[in-house]
Design a protein around this ligand. Sequence first.
Ligand SMILES: Cc1ncc(C[n+]2csc(CCOP(=O)(O)OP(=O)(O)O)c2C)c(N)n1
Ligand SMILES: [Mg+2]
Length: 902
Amino acid sequence: MTTTKIAPTPAELEPAQPEQPAQADQVEETSEWIEAFDQVVVEEGPMAGAQLLGTLTRRARQAGVDLPIQLNTPYVNTIRVEEEEPYPGDRLIERRIKSLVRWNAMAMVHRQNKKDPGIGGHISTYSSLATLIEVGFNHFFRARYGDDPGDFLYLQGHAAPGIYARAFLAGMFPQEQLDNFRHELRDTPGLSSYPHPWLMPSFWRFPTVSMGLGPLNSIYQARFMRYLENRGLIAKTDRKIWAFVGDGETDEPETLGSLTLASREKLDNLIFVINCNLQRLDGPVRGNGKIIQELEAAFRGAGWNVIKVIWGCDWDELLARDTTGLLVKRMEECVDGDYQSFKVRGGSYLREKFFGKYPQLRELVADKSDEELARLRLGGHDPQKVYNAYKCAVEHRGAPTVILAKTIKGYGLGSAEARNATHQEKKLSDKDLALFRTRFDIPIPEQAAHDGAPYRPPEDSLEIRYLNQCRKELGGYILQRTVPKFNLKAPELDYFAESLAGSKGRAVSTTMGYVSMLRGLLKHPEIGKLIVPIVPDEGRTFGMESIIRQVGIYASQGQLYEPHDQEMLLYYREAKDGQILEEGITEAGSMGSFTAAGCAYYNYRQPMIPFFTFYSMFGFQRVGDLIWAFADARGRGFLFGGTAGRTTLAGEGLQHLDGHSHVLASVVPTCATYDCAYVYEIAVIVQDGIRRMFQNGEDRFYYVTVYNEDYPMPEMPEGVAEGILRGIYKFAAAPSGKATIQLFGSGPILNEAIRAQQILAEKYKVQADVWSVTSYNQLRRQALETERWNRLHPAEKEKRPYILEALDKAPGPIIAATDYMKIVPDQLAPWLAGRLVTLGTDGFGRSDNRQHLRRHFEVNAESIVAAALSRLVRDGQFDARKAQKAFQELGIDTERIDPARA
Ligand SMILES: Cc1ncc(C[n+]2csc(CCOP(=O)(O)OP(=O)(O)O)c2C)c(N)n1
Ligand SMILES: [Mg+2]
């Protein structure tokens, strides 16, 4: 049997030189080995070839041969031409549709910038992405699986114009809306710059424009889909998550940081498509290397199925005709910076610099004109190649797939094509517009082309009918966000009776109280199964062992080992239908799960109630952008910041003591923030939160801080529920009933305020009321709202903000003490003019115990008393010398360094 040739052997490439016999022998020997190998592959198939190599590799390692780990394949397409299937669609019509989408996407940005210079937008990203998107829309992206919404699309944010242009062709937007791209605040609806569910709630589902968040969230989404399936909450379907990612975007640690989760969990419902146009904003992604090869190694190393789509069909013929192997060699020699120059400088340059390096290659293209060379198509622009890659990806089982598709940034944009500055192009010159119109056959008059007029063929045109028919076959138009009506009823407050009853004198922490409340919620007959507890390797820190035992940790493979602590009551239980998502040490990944769960009500039409509990210092500070995107996505759920406070977490120090997460949380418009002193406060907030988010369907979420200081939890006093929710209630009136001063406290510092109340009364005959302020932020928001109304309605009776309503006639100065920065209470300064004195924990944390930390930061009872007396002195209500004496009694060092600077 004769062997079919796979590629030339070294002997053929480098004929033996008679003067170097040793080297010649080697070349000869290598060629024999290769021929033998080829024979195995041809006669027994590729699997046999792989096995043989595997055996040889093991043998070599045993023999001490130091083999480099090889994660790269040659710089050619992964799918061989012989394996390709013919394209199932009508290429001509699809090209027409794609051209129209291209035109409208470009024209939308061009026109808007002509009309409103500087309004911005991007044209070069979508132009590189068009084929990758169009093949998907026409043949792959499923809109529905039975009653469930279909595939999920995470799209490169700045490719939005192309997505809008397609929606326009599909008849989803009228032309006026297209005319209002980046003009959202006009009389008629506009289009947001990027994918923002908050701004376009019936269109976008996944905010992606902050680079890296889309890929990360898509991985955790794919995992969460499996979680819901394995827990029997949704049907198992063949649904896919498609994440379109920029090659520059892969520089973000979030993009590549969780790849191994996807392979470990065998997420074959996940497909990454990386648009390798070799450029980012400023210039080449890897001018001196090859981003596709780098990513191939990274993804293969992480266990992904990698499909490279580098060369279009035009190159197949060249590769087939090249019997020297020099073409692949040349492809591998060139770096991305070269490839960019080949594109920018055109056909003759390509001939000289690429093919011209070897006479055999120059000869290979001798029959082609420079124009033909310039047009040799890349894989990512070739529907045939893209279709086959998608097909393989969709059919691949047991691992996620990444498609690395080589494209050209600014494809078709004339002089902007592939140039370093292309990312920032907003307008085309008249010449380029004319070229574009001709190249893509846009049937509009020249003047209209110069103005960037949109074009949509008639409804009964071939193009529109084809486009709609494809979508119909795939279940309908996919870019829609709809929110079903749910029949979910929040548990009544009675359900939380245990949390409301107090601890009967036992010293417990709010964290313990919260965890036991969560345990109760998990047992609730209706909503228990909807709760998704998420922890980033801090379960024990928060005392969650009992929950681990109760509902188990989600593990897609179940528990394959016998846990060493199996005999113990609270053993480490992993289960296929486990409910807890124990994410390991990744707050970002946990946010990915929180986002998937918090948006499940529309993505899966199955409301889920996530409780993500984390070290408060590693929340907003570390993953603030993911939280911002969660808000954009209209996510619902509870963030619990544990080990909170700058003085309550003893011993840990500067990087752990959180005195500012409430400042950071306050910036997110849909985040209601609460700093709780007692467990009943948490219960009231959680009960109401479930009611508002999941029963009433409000787009909001919660940030609640809980602490690890143990103290007795009081029973909930009568009539305080509304105050807890709105942000303030009187906790303890002055002993005499007639206060001259008000003390505000939050979290564990409320106890310091209570102690201060006693000291003031007993030692200095000053009567104070004590208030628990659960949320300065909520109070401020309500006050701002009231103030705005007053401002806009000067003729109407002025309304009073809730903070003033709540204080009513409570007299005297207010000393507000918090375990957070002073800016937190200071949010209320505009309404408490002249009355507010704030004590907070500005400055870096220290390692010490609570007593010393509170003295250092001046938030202990003694400091509160001192602040109260000092203020009374200034108001002429207390004798200055007595105050000074009091300072001494209280141990206040008046000359020590300001902790804010210490
Ligand atoms: C976190 C973040 N940093 C910076 C940006 C600004 N930005 C928008 S697009 C872009 C370049 C994107 O390059 P690439 O991912 O390769 O996408 P391409 O446009 O080339 O397809 C940058 C830096 C951003 N959107 N998000
Ligand atoms: Mg790029």
